[in-house]
Design a protein around this ligand. Structure first.
Ligand code: FAD
Ligand code: DHB
Length: 393
């Protein structure tokens, strides 16, 4: 078995793990990233698309924002559509001039992988972590299986950035962990299509047949989502059925049809809320989806993950370079306050925009919430501020 010693082992090369590696490198802290998938797989995985104002600035400060600033689409508003009418939320006007940047998560991942490999730092793909231990000992131990066989790493700290179904959150002793969870009775069917976006701004739409979201990636690529029942299968959705359903849900008099094109990616994602408390046990620190999941309505998942890493990188730096425990001791409490705010906002957006087929009373409440969100200055200001910059408020 090959043995390696480093200061920080990072499990997972998603946005959280890769950004943490970049920040630690810049502070001169030795670290190794282990990723169970191939480079090609992580760079092609289509997921999030909206980057908050403060998080975009943070990516730039971290030296990872150059292409995002050049290619990302800066949006000043977002549309909420219901009962066949459109309502614009003037994000920048309501949120002190702040904007969002539409830039695919896989582009953030590509940028961070390139920075790391150009710097010659350790990033081991196709290397799956099987065991994390020694969390209250002098050194933590991480066992992994890679392309060249078994690896044992010893380190001062392990950053568990390996998503919800990884090994890190299962390595916290069950006696100290509290898990909060909710599963929603709908999923999202997402497509990426070679079609120029029909609109300039994102559209969140509540239709009695279900939720729809119009998003985009570039002047030639559209990203769209349909709310579907959790039991629905992808092969029941032909291209024609997807486009017809999007047209029915999104149509208004001003926008009777949407641009169509070849569908290059498709998938169905279940919607869950999860919070794991605490986010630290001894030498193991959780960040991103490993510690919490939000339903995607509101676009908070990647932003939360990157915001955790902003706190974690500073805390590790203070401890390792100045032997100061204070930030590390507060890591979990500092993050969880923001995490619960994001859970609340994502839950609010989800409950407001997904009609239920079973509960007419709930549908009435949703309509009232939507009308309030678009007509009350106070309600739209709260929505705009949370949408644009929740993780830096
Ligand atoms: P991940 O990206 O999941 O990365 C974890 C990595 O760990 C993976 O690469 C995985 O392969 C690896 N791994 C797992 N187990 C192991 C192991 N044992 N050993 C080694 N490696 C391991 N968020 C937003 O902010 N805005 C949006 O607009 C948005 N839209 C979304 C739309 C959809 C359809 C979906 C599914 C998600 C969306 N999200 C959005 C959420 C966002 O994609 C996630 O929150 C984000 O990926 C979290 O990053 P992460 O680095 O914590 O985890
Ligand atoms: C996108 C995803 C989201 O979850 C969301 O709320 C807005 C946009 C996207 O993939 O572009």
């Amino acid at each position: 078995m090959k043995e390696i010693h480093t200061q920080v082992v990072i499990v997972g090369a998603g946005p959280a793990g890769l950004l943490l590696g970049q920040l630690l490198n810049r502070d001169g802290i030795d670290n190794v990233i282990l990723e169970r998938r191939s480079r090609e797989y992580v760079e092609k995985r289509v997921r999030a698309g909206v980057i908050e104002f403060g998080i975009a600035n943070f990516l730039e400060e971290a030296g990872a924002g150059a292409r995002m600033r050049y290619e990302g689409l800066v949006h000043h508003g977002v549309e909420i559509r219901f009962e066949r009418s459109s309502h614009r939320i003037a994000l920048s006007d309501l949120a002190s001039g702040k904007t969002i940047t539409v830039y695919g998560q896989q582009e953030v991942v590509k940028d961070l992988v390139a920075l790391r490999l150009n710097a010659g730092a350790e990033l081991l793909f196709e290397t799956e972590v099987k065991f994390i231990g020694g969390l209250t000992d002098d050194l933590a131990v991480v066992d992994a299986e890679g392309l060249d066989g078994s690896l044992r790493l010893t380190c001062d700290y392990v950053a568990g950035c390996d998503g919800s179904f990884g090994v890190a959150n299962r390595s916290l002793p069950s006696s100290v962990v509290r898990r909060y969870e909710r599963t929603y009775p709908f999923s999202w069917l997402g497509i990426l299509a070679e079609a120029p976006p029909t609109t300039d701004e994102l559209i969140y739409c509540r239709h009695e047949r279900g939720f729809a979201l119009y998003s985009m990636r570039s002047p030639t690529l559209s990203r769209l989502y349909l709310g579907v029942r959790p039991e629905e299968k992808l092969d029941e959705w032909s291209d024609d059925r997807i486009w017809d359903e999007l047209d029915v849900r999104l149509a208004t008099e001003e926008m009777p049809e949407i641009n169509q094109g070849r569908i290059v990616e498709r998938g169905i994602t279940a919607m869950r809320s999860v919070v794991i408390e605490p986010m630290r046990f001894g030498r193991l620190l959780l960040a991103g989806d490993a510690a919490h999941i939000v339903p995607p309505t509101g676009a908070k998942g990647m932003n939360l993950a990157l915001a955790d890493v902003r706190v974690l990188s500073r805390a590790l730096c203070e401890k390792i370079q100045h032997d100061d425990d204070a930030l590390l001791d507060d890591y979990s409490a500092t993050c969880l306050e923001r995490v619960w705010r994001a859970e609340e906002f994502s839950n609010y957006m989800t409950q407001m925009l997904h009609p239920t087929h079973l509960d007419d009373f709930e549908n009435g409440v949703q309509s009232a919430r939507l009308r309030q969100a678009v007509t009350s200055l106070e309600a739209s200001t709260v929505l705009a501020r949370n949408y644009v910059d929740l993780n830096s408020l």
